[in-house]
Design a protein. Sequence first.
Length: 229
Amino acid sequence: MKFTLESSLTNIVPTFKIGMIYYTKIVVSESPQMIKGRTQLYQENLYLELEGQSVTERPGIKEWRAIWKALGGDPNRYRHSAESLMRRIAKQNYLTPYHSAVDLNNFFSLQYEIPIGIYDMNNLDGDLVIALGDEETGYEGLNGRYNSLKNIAYSRDTQGPFGSPFVDSKRTVVTENTTEAIQLFYLRPSLSEKECTELLNAAGKMFSQIHGGDYTTALLTKDQSQVEI
C-alpha cells in the first residue's frame, strides 16, 4: 500500500507534514483505568490553564487555524478537531470514555494540539492519499451529517474520502472489533522532521503499550511525499 501527500497541499503550505502510524494485531477494548484517570486529570489541568488563555492562542491550535486559512477554509466556521475538543474542555464539558483507541487518540490530540484521526484498515481499500478537498469532496461524518471538505485537507482511498482534520467518516470508524488500524497526525508545520519523528514514536509506543501488537511510523513532507507500507 502506498501513502502519498499531494502537492495540492505542499504547494500552498511548503512545510505541511503528515505523520502516519500503522498498527497491526491490536486489541481495542474499554480503556484501562490508568488511561481514564490520566485523561481526566489532563482535562482538569487544561481547563484551569484555559481560564486565563483563549483556546485560539494555544500554539498548536493557532498554527492549525492559520493553515486552515492558508488553504482557503474558514477556521471559524469549520473548526479543526483539536480546537473543537479543546473548546469543550474550556466549557468544562469533559470528554467521556468511549473505547481505548478513541480515548487515546483524543488524548494525543489534546496533548499535541493537532488534529489526529484513527481508522480501521479493514474498511480501507488500496492506496491512501492526503490532498486538498474541492467542491465535490465530502462524506457522511461521525457528526451524523454530510460534510463538505472544500478547501480542507482530507484523506482518501480508492473508494473515496474517509478522513480529515475536521471530522471523520462513518465508513472507517474504529470499533472494539478492529485489529488493524492507521492513525494520521496532522502535524504542526513548524516542527522539525526530527521532532515529528520523535512525536510519532512516542505516540506509537504508548498506543502499543495499551493495545499490544506492532506499529510502523512514517512521515510525509514535500521532499518525501510518498512511502510504501
